[in-house]
Design a binder for this molecule. Structure first.
Ligand code: SF4
Ligand code: SF4
Length: 349
Protein backbone atom coordinates (compact mmCIF):
# COMPACT_ATOMS: atom_id res chain seq x y z
CA UNK A 1 0.00 0.00 0.00
CA UNK A 2 1.26 3.48 -0.88
CA UNK A 3 2.09 5.51 2.22
CA UNK A 4 1.32 9.21 2.13
CA UNK A 5 3.14 11.74 4.27
CA UNK A 6 1.04 14.89 4.40
CA UNK A 7 3.86 16.87 5.97
CA UNK A 8 6.28 16.07 3.18
CA UNK A 9 5.82 19.35 1.29
CA UNK A 10 6.63 21.21 4.51
CA UNK A 11 9.71 19.04 4.99
CA UNK A 12 10.87 19.58 1.41
CA UNK A 13 10.59 23.34 1.73
CA UNK A 14 13.39 23.19 4.30
CA UNK A 15 15.60 21.97 1.45
CA UNK A 16 14.76 24.92 -0.77
CA UNK A 17 11.57 23.98 -2.66
CA UNK A 18 8.69 26.43 -2.69
CA UNK A 19 5.31 26.81 -4.36
CA UNK A 20 5.38 23.38 -6.01
CA UNK A 21 1.98 22.60 -4.49
CA UNK A 22 0.46 25.16 -6.88
CA UNK A 23 1.13 22.75 -9.77
CA UNK A 24 -2.05 21.91 -11.72
CA UNK A 25 -0.47 19.05 -13.63
CA UNK A 26 -0.47 20.63 -17.09
CA UNK A 27 2.71 18.84 -18.17
CA UNK A 28 4.44 21.85 -19.76
CA UNK A 29 7.55 21.23 -17.67
CA UNK A 30 8.02 17.68 -18.96
CA UNK A 31 7.28 18.79 -22.51
CA UNK A 32 10.01 21.45 -22.50
CA UNK A 33 12.64 19.43 -20.61
CA UNK A 34 15.18 18.34 -23.20
CA UNK A 35 16.43 15.55 -20.92
CA UNK A 36 13.05 13.92 -20.28
CA UNK A 37 12.31 10.86 -22.40
CA UNK A 38 9.34 8.52 -22.83
CA UNK A 39 10.82 6.10 -20.30
CA UNK A 40 12.12 8.81 -18.05
CA UNK A 41 9.47 11.49 -17.74
CA UNK A 42 10.21 14.30 -15.32
CA UNK A 43 9.84 16.77 -13.63
CA UNK A 44 5.99 16.69 -13.56
CA UNK A 45 5.85 13.19 -12.10
CA UNK A 46 8.12 14.25 -9.23
CA UNK A 47 6.17 17.43 -8.64
CA UNK A 48 3.02 15.31 -8.24
CA UNK A 49 4.70 12.73 -6.01
CA UNK A 50 6.11 15.51 -3.83
CA UNK A 51 2.79 17.33 -3.57
CA UNK A 52 1.07 14.08 -2.60
CA UNK A 53 3.82 13.15 -0.14
CA UNK A 54 4.63 9.74 -1.63
CA UNK A 55 7.99 9.66 0.07
CA UNK A 56 8.92 6.03 -0.47
CA UNK A 57 8.65 6.29 -4.23
CA UNK A 58 10.69 9.50 -4.28
CA UNK A 59 13.31 7.88 -2.08
CA UNK A 60 13.74 5.08 -4.62
CA UNK A 61 13.68 7.40 -7.62
CA UNK A 62 16.87 8.19 -9.48
CA UNK A 63 15.16 10.78 -11.69
CA UNK A 64 16.12 13.86 -9.64
CA UNK A 65 19.72 13.05 -10.58
CA UNK A 66 18.89 13.13 -14.30
CA UNK A 67 18.12 16.85 -14.06
CA UNK A 68 21.00 19.28 -14.65
CA UNK A 69 19.04 22.36 -13.64
CA UNK A 70 18.88 24.27 -16.89
CA UNK A 71 15.70 25.92 -15.57
CA UNK A 72 13.63 25.62 -18.79
CA UNK A 73 10.79 23.89 -16.92
CA UNK A 74 10.57 26.71 -14.37
CA UNK A 75 10.53 29.35 -17.12
CA UNK A 76 7.57 27.69 -18.86
CA UNK A 77 5.56 26.72 -15.78
CA UNK A 78 2.29 28.71 -15.90
CA UNK A 79 1.85 28.33 -12.13
CA UNK A 80 5.34 29.45 -11.11
CA UNK A 81 5.63 26.13 -9.29
CA UNK A 82 9.35 26.18 -10.04
CA UNK A 83 9.85 22.50 -10.92
CA UNK A 84 13.58 23.06 -11.59
CA UNK A 85 14.13 24.18 -8.00
CA UNK A 86 11.98 21.31 -6.78
CA UNK A 87 14.30 18.86 -8.57
CA UNK A 88 17.29 20.54 -6.91
CA UNK A 89 15.61 20.33 -3.51
CA UNK A 90 14.85 16.65 -4.08
CA UNK A 91 18.54 16.07 -4.76
CA UNK A 92 19.36 17.75 -1.43
CA UNK A 93 16.66 15.73 0.32
CA UNK A 94 17.89 12.47 -1.23
CA UNK A 95 21.43 13.31 -0.18
CA UNK A 96 20.13 13.56 3.38
CA UNK A 97 18.26 10.24 3.02
CA UNK A 98 21.35 8.40 1.76
CA UNK A 99 23.54 9.76 4.55
CA UNK A 100 23.62 7.28 7.44
CA UNK A 101 25.07 9.83 9.87
CA UNK A 102 22.15 12.24 9.51
CA UNK A 103 24.54 15.23 9.33
CA UNK A 104 23.73 16.06 5.70
CA UNK A 105 20.10 16.72 6.52
CA UNK A 106 20.95 18.70 9.65
CA UNK A 107 23.43 20.92 7.82
CA UNK A 108 21.07 21.46 4.86
CA UNK A 109 18.22 22.44 7.14
CA UNK A 110 20.03 24.56 9.69
CA UNK A 111 22.31 27.45 8.79
CA UNK A 112 23.35 28.11 12.45
CA UNK A 113 24.49 24.49 12.73
CA UNK A 114 26.48 24.82 9.53
CA UNK A 115 28.14 27.97 10.90
CA UNK A 116 28.96 26.17 14.17
CA UNK A 117 30.52 23.25 12.24
CA UNK A 118 32.63 25.67 10.18
CA UNK A 119 33.76 27.52 13.33
CA UNK A 120 34.68 24.24 15.03
CA UNK A 121 37.01 23.55 12.10
CA UNK A 122 38.62 27.01 12.58
CA UNK A 123 39.09 26.29 16.30
CA UNK A 124 40.60 22.87 15.55
CA UNK A 125 43.17 24.40 13.19
CA UNK A 126 44.14 27.15 15.65
CA UNK A 127 44.61 24.59 18.46
CA UNK A 128 46.60 22.34 16.14
CA UNK A 129 48.89 25.25 15.21
CA UNK A 130 49.22 26.26 18.86
CA UNK A 131 50.31 22.76 19.94
CA UNK A 132 52.84 22.77 17.11
CA UNK A 133 54.21 26.15 18.25
CA UNK A 134 53.22 27.78 14.95
CA UNK A 135 56.25 26.17 13.30
CA UNK A 136 55.93 25.83 9.55
CA UNK A 137 57.70 22.51 9.05
CA UNK A 138 55.71 20.21 11.40
CA UNK A 139 52.45 22.02 10.64
CA UNK A 140 52.82 21.57 6.86
CA UNK A 141 53.97 17.97 7.24
CA UNK A 142 51.02 17.05 9.48
CA UNK A 143 48.69 19.04 7.23
CA UNK A 144 49.70 16.84 4.32
CA UNK A 145 49.16 13.69 6.40
CA UNK A 146 45.74 15.02 7.39
CA UNK A 147 44.79 15.39 3.72
CA UNK A 148 45.66 11.76 2.97
CA UNK A 149 43.95 10.49 6.09
CA UNK A 150 40.80 12.61 5.62
CA UNK A 151 40.24 11.54 2.02
CA UNK A 152 40.53 7.82 2.81
CA UNK A 153 38.44 8.01 5.99
CA UNK A 154 35.65 10.12 4.53
CA UNK A 155 35.37 7.78 1.59
CA UNK A 156 35.38 4.52 3.57
CA UNK A 157 33.39 5.63 6.62
CA UNK A 158 30.83 7.96 5.07
CA UNK A 159 30.60 8.00 1.28
CA UNK A 160 30.87 4.28 0.60
CA UNK A 161 28.12 3.28 3.08
CA UNK A 162 25.95 6.08 1.67
CA UNK A 163 26.37 4.78 -1.87
CA UNK A 164 25.43 1.30 -0.64
CA UNK A 165 22.35 2.81 0.99
CA UNK A 166 21.46 4.60 -2.24
CA UNK A 167 21.87 1.31 -4.13
CA UNK A 168 19.60 -0.44 -1.63
CA UNK A 169 16.89 2.23 -1.91
CA UNK A 170 17.00 2.54 -5.70
CA UNK A 171 17.88 -0.95 -6.89
CA UNK A 172 17.22 -3.58 -4.23
CA UNK A 173 14.16 -2.34 -2.34
CA UNK A 174 12.03 -1.78 -5.49
CA UNK A 175 12.70 -5.43 -6.36
CA UNK A 176 14.82 -5.05 -9.47
CA UNK A 177 17.35 -7.78 -9.62
CA UNK A 178 20.06 -6.94 -12.14
CA UNK A 179 22.51 -9.70 -13.04
CA UNK A 180 26.20 -9.39 -12.28
CA UNK A 181 26.83 -9.07 -16.02
CA UNK A 182 24.71 -5.89 -16.03
CA UNK A 183 26.73 -4.36 -13.20
CA UNK A 184 29.94 -5.08 -15.08
CA UNK A 185 28.64 -3.95 -18.45
CA UNK A 186 27.28 -0.71 -17.02
CA UNK A 187 30.47 0.21 -15.15
CA UNK A 188 31.67 2.35 -18.08
CA UNK A 189 28.62 4.60 -17.61
CA UNK A 190 29.72 5.37 -14.08
CA UNK A 191 33.15 6.63 -15.08
CA UNK A 192 32.04 8.42 -18.23
CA UNK A 193 29.43 10.41 -16.32
CA UNK A 194 31.70 10.98 -13.35
CA UNK A 195 34.42 12.60 -15.44
CA UNK A 196 32.50 14.14 -18.32
CA UNK A 197 28.92 14.78 -17.11
CA UNK A 198 28.17 14.48 -20.82
CA UNK A 199 24.43 14.17 -20.26
CA UNK A 200 24.39 17.88 -19.32
CA UNK A 201 25.18 18.63 -22.97
CA UNK A 202 21.60 17.57 -23.73
CA UNK A 203 20.32 20.75 -22.05
CA UNK A 204 19.67 23.64 -24.43
CA UNK A 205 22.41 26.32 -24.63
CA UNK A 206 24.45 24.55 -22.03
CA UNK A 207 27.77 24.07 -23.89
CA UNK A 208 29.69 26.78 -22.05
CA UNK A 209 28.51 25.68 -18.62
CA UNK A 210 29.25 22.05 -19.48
CA UNK A 211 32.75 22.90 -20.70
CA UNK A 212 33.56 24.94 -17.59
CA UNK A 213 32.26 22.13 -15.42
CA UNK A 214 34.33 19.58 -17.30
CA UNK A 215 37.53 21.65 -16.96
CA UNK A 216 36.78 22.18 -13.27
CA UNK A 217 36.32 18.46 -12.56
CA UNK A 218 39.58 17.60 -14.32
CA UNK A 219 41.40 20.54 -12.65
CA UNK A 220 40.05 19.66 -9.20
CA UNK A 221 40.93 15.97 -9.46
CA UNK A 222 44.41 16.81 -10.75
CA UNK A 223 44.95 19.31 -7.92
CA UNK A 224 43.91 16.60 -5.48
CA UNK A 225 46.41 14.23 -7.04
CA UNK A 226 49.16 16.87 -6.99
CA UNK A 227 48.67 17.83 -3.35
CA UNK A 228 47.82 14.45 -1.83
CA UNK A 229 49.97 12.03 -3.82
CA UNK A 230 52.81 14.30 -5.00
CA UNK A 231 52.84 16.68 -2.02
CA UNK A 232 52.73 19.75 -4.26
CA UNK A 233 53.09 22.22 -1.39
CA UNK A 234 56.28 20.54 -0.14
CA UNK A 235 57.91 19.10 -3.26
CA UNK A 236 61.11 20.34 -4.89
CA UNK A 237 60.24 18.66 -8.20
CA UNK A 238 59.90 21.44 -10.84
CA UNK A 239 57.43 19.52 -13.03
CA UNK A 240 55.04 18.88 -10.13
CA UNK A 241 55.49 22.49 -8.99
CA UNK A 242 54.54 23.96 -12.38
CA UNK A 243 51.70 21.45 -12.91
CA UNK A 244 50.32 22.36 -9.47
CA UNK A 245 50.36 26.06 -10.31
CA UNK A 246 48.50 25.42 -13.58
CA UNK A 247 45.73 23.29 -12.06
CA UNK A 248 45.26 25.58 -9.06
CA UNK A 249 44.86 28.54 -11.44
CA UNK A 250 42.27 26.53 -13.42
CA UNK A 251 40.35 25.69 -10.25
CA UNK A 252 40.17 29.22 -8.85
CA UNK A 253 39.55 30.96 -12.19
CA UNK A 254 36.66 28.69 -13.19
CA UNK A 255 35.09 28.81 -9.73
CA UNK A 256 35.48 32.62 -9.69
CA UNK A 257 33.32 32.62 -12.83
CA UNK A 258 30.75 30.36 -11.11
CA UNK A 259 30.64 32.70 -8.11
CA UNK A 260 30.16 35.67 -10.47
CA UNK A 261 27.26 33.85 -12.18
CA UNK A 262 25.62 33.18 -8.83
CA UNK A 263 25.99 36.84 -7.80
CA UNK A 264 24.51 38.04 -11.11
CA UNK A 265 21.68 35.47 -10.68
CA UNK A 266 20.61 35.80 -14.30
CA UNK A 267 20.24 32.10 -14.99
CA UNK A 268 17.57 30.02 -13.33
CA UNK A 269 20.20 27.83 -11.62
CA UNK A 270 21.67 30.85 -9.80
CA UNK A 271 18.42 32.48 -8.77
CA UNK A 272 17.67 30.43 -5.70
CA UNK A 273 21.14 29.74 -4.30
CA UNK A 274 21.09 28.13 -0.86
CA UNK A 275 23.94 28.35 1.68
CA UNK A 276 25.16 24.93 0.49
CA UNK A 277 25.48 26.25 -3.10
CA UNK A 278 27.43 29.32 -2.02
CA UNK A 279 29.62 27.30 0.26
CA UNK A 280 30.51 24.85 -2.48
CA UNK A 281 31.67 27.39 -5.08
CA UNK A 282 33.33 29.79 -2.66
CA UNK A 283 35.24 27.08 -0.82
CA UNK A 284 36.35 25.45 -4.06
CA UNK A 285 37.64 28.85 -5.15
CA UNK A 286 39.42 29.29 -1.81
CA UNK A 287 40.93 25.80 -2.05
CA UNK A 288 42.60 26.59 -5.37
CA UNK A 289 43.50 30.17 -4.48
CA UNK A 290 44.99 29.56 -1.02
CA UNK A 291 46.95 26.53 -2.30
CA UNK A 292 48.38 28.77 -5.06
CA UNK A 293 49.40 31.48 -2.58
CA UNK A 294 50.96 28.96 -0.16
CA UNK A 295 53.07 27.46 -2.94
CA UNK A 296 54.11 30.96 -4.02
CA UNK A 297 55.19 31.75 -0.45
CA UNK A 298 57.16 28.47 -0.38
CA UNK A 299 58.91 29.36 -3.65
CA UNK A 300 59.92 32.86 -2.53
CA UNK A 301 61.00 31.57 0.91
CA UNK A 302 58.42 33.51 2.86
CA UNK A 303 56.43 30.64 4.33
CA UNK A 304 58.56 30.17 7.50
CA UNK A 305 57.64 33.64 8.76
CA UNK A 306 54.15 33.65 7.36
CA UNK A 307 52.65 30.38 8.50
CA UNK A 308 49.28 32.16 8.85
CA UNK A 309 48.81 31.82 5.09
CA UNK A 310 49.15 28.03 5.34
CA UNK A 311 46.80 28.02 8.34
CA UNK A 312 44.15 29.78 6.26
CA UNK A 313 44.62 27.15 3.55
CA UNK A 314 44.46 24.35 6.12
CA UNK A 315 41.25 25.77 7.60
CA UNK A 316 39.63 25.84 4.14
CA UNK A 317 40.89 22.32 3.55
CA UNK A 318 39.54 20.97 6.86
CA UNK A 319 36.14 22.59 6.27
CA UNK A 320 36.10 21.22 2.75
CA UNK A 321 37.19 17.69 3.66
CA UNK A 322 35.15 17.29 6.86
CA UNK A 323 31.96 19.20 6.01
CA UNK A 324 31.44 20.00 2.33
CA UNK A 325 32.74 16.74 0.84
CA UNK A 326 30.95 14.24 3.10
CA UNK A 327 27.77 16.19 3.87
CA UNK A 328 27.43 19.04 1.39
CA UNK A 329 27.00 19.68 -2.29
CA UNK A 330 30.18 17.85 -3.27
CA UNK A 331 28.31 14.56 -2.81
CA UNK A 332 26.03 15.45 -5.74
CA UNK A 333 28.96 14.79 -8.08
CA UNK A 334 29.23 11.26 -6.71
CA UNK A 335 25.55 10.42 -6.33
CA UNK A 336 24.67 11.69 -9.79
CA UNK A 337 27.28 9.43 -11.39
CA UNK A 338 26.04 6.43 -9.39
CA UNK A 339 22.41 7.29 -10.15
CA UNK A 340 23.09 7.20 -13.89
CA UNK A 341 24.96 3.93 -13.41
CA UNK A 342 22.12 2.35 -11.42
CA UNK A 343 19.63 3.63 -13.96
CA UNK A 344 21.60 1.96 -16.71
CA UNK A 345 21.69 -1.42 -14.97
CA UNK A 346 17.98 -1.50 -14.03
CA UNK A 347 16.83 -0.22 -17.43
CA UNK A 348 14.31 -2.51 -19.17
CA UNK A 349 15.64 -3.75 -22.50
S1 SF4 B 1 4.50 23.17 -15.81
FE1 SF4 B 1 4.11 23.78 -13.69
S2 SF4 B 1 1.91 23.51 -13.42
FE2 SF4 B 1 2.48 22.38 -15.26
S3 SF4 B 1 2.87 20.29 -14.55
FE3 SF4 B 1 4.81 21.36 -14.54
S4 SF4 B 1 5.01 22.16 -12.45
FE4 SF4 B 1 2.86 21.62 -12.76
S1 SF4 C 1 15.71 22.06 -14.81
FE1 SF4 C 1 16.06 21.52 -16.96
S2 SF4 C 1 16.84 19.43 -16.88
FE2 SF4 C 1 15.90 19.85 -14.90
S3 SF4 C 1 13.81 19.10 -15.09
FE3 SF4 C 1 13.79 21.28 -15.60
S4 SF4 C 1 14.00 21.36 -17.83
FE4 SF4 C 1 14.62 19.31 -17.17
Amino acid sequence: MTKIDRKFSKELKKYGAFDFTSCYNCGNCTAVCSLATKDEAFPRELVRLSALGIKEEIESSLKPWSCYYCGECSTYCPQSANPGELMMSLRRWLTARYDWTGFSGLLYRSLPLLVVAMLLAVTGVILFAFFNKFEAKPIMHLGHLFEMFAIGTVFVVILLPNIIRMWYLAVIRPGTNPSLARYIKGAGTLFIHMFTQKRALGCDNNQRRWFEHFILVIGYLTLLLMTVVFDWLGTANPIITVAGYIVSIIVFSVTADFVKERIKAKREISRHSRPSDWLFVIWLFLMGFTAFIVRLFVDVDLIENNIWIYLIHLTVLVQWAMIIVPFGKWTHFLYRSFALYFQEIIKKR
